[in-house]
Each structure stands twice: as C-alpha cells, then as structure tokens.
Design a protein around this ligand. Structure first.
Ligand code: C2O
Ligand code: CU
Length: 458
C-alpha cells in the first residue's frame, strides 16, 4: 500500500516527465468536421428547389502552417472522396479514390490530416466518379490565410460554375455520361452561378481595394471574365503569389480548376459595375459590384503590394534529371486509331464501347506504369504535346510547376494550366512528397474518357 507520503513523493517525481510526455503526444491540430450531403437552392421562381450535392461548410479557412484533421462524413447516397486541389499534402491524404485511398462508402467517414504549407486560394472537390459528383456541386473553396496578414479593404470570393438544367429546372442527370460531349469539349451547363447564386452581388465602397479570389469550378467550361471600368491586378495564380502584382486590362481566362487572386480597385464613382463572362459571342453578366459612398476618402497612389512568397521548392532549369514527352491524342475530329486500355490494345470502336476516346502516350486512362519515376527533390520536365482539336486544362496533383506557355504571364506558378488545341507546353517542377500523383485533364469528362496518367515519386 502506498502511504500518503510516498504517493506525494511518487507523484512529484512522475508529474514533470509525465506532463512533458503528454504534451509531446497531444495532437497539435484543430479538428474540423465536414459533412457531405444534399443541398437545395431556390434558383428558379415557380419551380421546386434544385437538388445539389455540397458540404455543410461553405468554405474552409485554414491558417498558413496549421495542421488540421478534417473528418469527412459521407451522408450522400454514393461513395466519394475529397481531393485538396493545389495543396501540397501527404500522398495518402490526396483523396484520389482507387489510388491513394479507398472510396468513403455512403454513411462512412474518413479523416484527412492536412498541413496548410502554402497560403492562397485552393479548393476541395470530390475525386470519385468526378464527372458526376463535381457536376452535382460537390466541392468547396479552401482559403489558407497568410501567416503575415495581407491588408485589403475587403476579401471576396468568386466561385464561378455552370450547371446543365433541364425543362423541370432540375440538374440534368440523364446527360451526365453523354459520350458525344465527352469526346468534344466536355459537358457544359446552361446556367452560370457565382458562389452558387444566380444573382450574386458584391457591395463595395468608393476607392476600396478588394482582393477578389476567382475559382472556375465548372466540369469543363473555360470562362473568360471581363471587369470593365475597374482597375485589376493579378496577385496570385493557383494559390501562388506573383513576385509583383501584374496590371491586367484584358479579360482573364480560367480553365476548369484554375484560380486567380486579383486586386480590384473600385473607382471614385457610385453605381453598378457588372462582371461579364465573355467567352461566347453573347456576353453574360455573372455578378455585379454595387458601389456606394464611403465615409472616408480612399485614394491610392501606389501599386498594390505583392503577397509574401510561399516556400515552394525552387525550379532549376539547368539541372533537369527527368525529361518526358506526353502526347495527347483522340477526341472528336482527332484521328485516334487505337489505344491501350486496362492492359489491352483496343481499336477506336472498342474504346468507345468502354467510354474511352482520349489517350496519353497511347494509353487511355490510367496506365499500369507511371509516366515517370523521380526521386523527391529531382527536377522534372514534361513536354505536353496536344495533338487534339481541343484545349485541355492539365492538372498535376501535389505539386506546383512552371511552364513555358505564351498564354500566361511569364514565370508564374500553376497547378493547372490550359494548353490550346494543337499546342505544346513544357512544364517543370521539383518532385515533391513520395507517392503516386495524378496528372490529368481537369475537363472532367476528358479525364473520365482517357486523359489521365500518374507519376511516381520515390
Ligand atoms: Cu482538381 Cu485530380 O483534381
Ligand atoms: Cu481535356
């Protein structure tokens, strides 16, 4: 038996080391619960609300360098998984069902542990049966707030999406697997929303400088946005700051999954400033900036400041260890003769029966072997040759890369980039975390019908 004295003695001996030990094993992360479930929106007067898929949180806000554990509860009728697009996470947290994890069954949950290494604008989206789940709206924006606060008058989000709506004013589910669209530019919608609203408005005041975070969440539509009568600078692309904000007076094009952070300067005039989508012949108002009086006079005589740089591994063009070509073929008006699919060489007719029509280096969809294997830290260059008649939005998981594309400002970072029909672009990056990383077209119907490969980092 311990008498009181020995107990106190023991306790005082044990206490200090014990508390140190427990501190060491106490998880230093914040716990977040994210419920994936159905959502309704009143988009059309006189019709039943439209049924979408969504998460219960409208957006995720993380602090740079914090680690969070996100318990994703799948309350949907189907299995799913969540991918943290643009985030440099551990491979087993990348959310690719069938590759980095098993799908989260309906009713089940999965814990994602993520460290927000880079500040910026990202998003999380379904990565299981993506052509269906993304079209149903299963995504949410993810903002990593800079460790050193970046001061603006307002920080606003503009998530732009298109939806295919049928005569009953519901999502057109019947056309999700429409193969003709898969073989062309992907399945496009007929209704555009901003932040899931058809009548989104931003309220601003004279002279304010706004950080506007753009995200194209559409399955396949390339969006071009125009901001007439507003001063615009590009602050960041795909989460990564430009070394100096770049004045932009032309409409800005975003392929699916691309993001831009802008500084928008509100002029000294009260009124309504529409934001247009101008990629089609007819320009569409997608949102409005409503400007009202300001009780203080805001005048800017200097250019906006750059965001603090994220600590991405540096690119060294003179030290490339792996050089690879990626030949993209297929699609409508292409002349794909055959491709390997799940280990078999198939003719175009046979491929079409399996909903496949695009190939990377002669393989439709995921090959057994990676496009390349690199050691973590090694420099990689991939020359992407688009021999199809369509533009594509190529996305590399878990990495940011630089590209020699003339379409973009020089020397900026991407995790997704557009490659025009018939164009060739080299991308360069340093192999990151170990694991299997997807490289695919983010026109999700193209991904589903063949445009996907992967790299191995060892
Ligand atoms: Cu945004 Cu493979 O995904
Ligand atoms: Cu594509």
């Amino acid at each position: 038996m311990l008498n009181r004295r020995t107990f106190i003695k023991l306790a005082s001996i044990c206490l200090l080391p014990l508390s140190q030990f427990s501190q060491a094993i106490t998880p230093q992360y914040r716990a977040i619960t994210l419920k994936l479930r159905t959502e309704t929106q009143d988009w059309f007067a006189n019709y039943a609300p439209i049924q979408l898929w969504a998460s219960d949180l409208k957006q995720l806000d993380l602090q740079q360098f914090e680690t969070v554990q996100i318990e994703v509860q799948n309350q949907l009728p189907e299995a799913t998984s969540l991918h943290w697009h643009g985030m440099r996470v551990e491979n087993r947290m990348d959310g690719v069902s069938g590759m980095t994890q098993a799908p989260i069954a309906a009713g089940a949950s999965f814990n994602y542990q993520i460290t927000a290494r880079d500040a910026g604008t990202y998003w999380a989206h379904a990565h299981h049966q993506t052509y269906e789940q993304l079209a149903r709206g299963l995504y949410l924006p993810l903002i990593v707030w800079e460790a050193e606060k970046y001061v603006v008058d307002q920080d606003l989000l503009m998530v732009i999406d298109d939806w295919l709506i049928n005569a009953d004013r519901q999502l057109d589910i019947a056309s999700l697997a429409n193969f003709t669209e898969w073989a062309h530019g992907g399945r496009k919608g007929n209704v555009i929303t901003v932040n899931r609203q058809r009548d989104n408005i931003y309220h601003c005041k004279l002279g304010q400088r706004i950080r506007l975070r753009l995200l194209n969440a559409a399955n396949s539509r390339i969006m071009t946005l125009a901001f007439p009568n507003l001063k615009v600078w590009i602050l960041a692309k795909d989460g990564q700051p430009l070394p100096t904000p770049l004045k932009s007076d032309k409409p800005l094009t975003l392929g699916p999954a691309e993001r831009y952070d802008l500084i928008v300067e509100i002029p000294q005039s009260i009124g309504n400033f529409p934001i247009y989508e101008v990629s089609a012949k007819q320009k569409l108002v997608v949102s409005n900036i409503v400007v009202t009086a300001n009780d203080r006079l805001l005048q800017h005589d200097s250019e906006p400041l750059a965001l603090p740089e994220n600590r991405l591994p540096k690119i060294d063009k003179n030290n490339i260890v792996h050089r690879k070509k990626l030949l993209m073929e297929g699609g409508a008006m292409g002349n794909l003769q055959q491709a390997r699919y799940q280990g078999e060489l198939l003719s175009v007719n046979e491929l079409v029966k399996k909903q496949q029509i695009w190939s990377f280096n002669g393989v439709a969809n995921l090959a057994d072997q990676p496009l390349l294997t690199a050691k973590s830290g090694e420099m990689v260059e991939i020359e992407i040759i688009n021999q199809t008649r369509w533009p594509h939005a190529m996305h590399l998981h878990g990495h940011h890369f630089k590209a020699d594309s003339a379409f973009y400002p020089k020397n900026i970072w991407h995790d997704t980039l557009l490659i025009e029909a018939g164009g060739t672009t080299k991308i360069m990056f340093r192999a990151g975390e170990r694991g299997k990383w997807l490289l695919h077209c983010h026109m999700i119907e193209h991904q589903a019908s063949g445009m996907a490969t992967w790299i191995q980092v060892s």
